[in-house]
Write a protein that binds this ligand. Sequence first.
Ligand SMILES: [Fe+2]
Ligand SMILES: [Fe+2]
Length: 145
Amino acid sequence: MAQDAIALLESDHHRVEELFREYKSAGDPSAKFDLAQVICMELTLHTMVEEEIFYPAFARATGDEEMLEHALKEHQEVKDLIARVPAAENLDGVVEAIKQHTLHHIEEERRGMFAKARASGMELATLGGRIQTRRAEVAETVQNA
Ligand SMILES: [Fe+2]
Ligand SMILES: [Fe+2]
């Protein structure tokens, strides 16, 4: 039985929140750089499954295009920041900006989109299965790259 889509997305949120805490307590620059890369990777995978699978299903179920547009705009802001990581001179500053944007966005998803999705009667278990399959496919491609 597949996990509910929202539970899956929330477990990604928790993982990335934990990674931001690890980054904060990491000491040496190479450990920080490695953690920054893991954070970017997790966020890239997460926003991808949201944009490919969860968000379109949400828009179909609720018709709330405005909430969708807003979430996509916030994803784009984080993607722009992620693109700055590899060559960042002030990595702490860039990671802090990613963290602020991400925590804000997660909070909005929790209170807004996810609450509305639950109330809409969306097929969350079916979507959860699709998200798991897609994540596994992409993770494999990345590992073999
Ligand atoms: Fe999102
Ligand atoms: Fe999310």
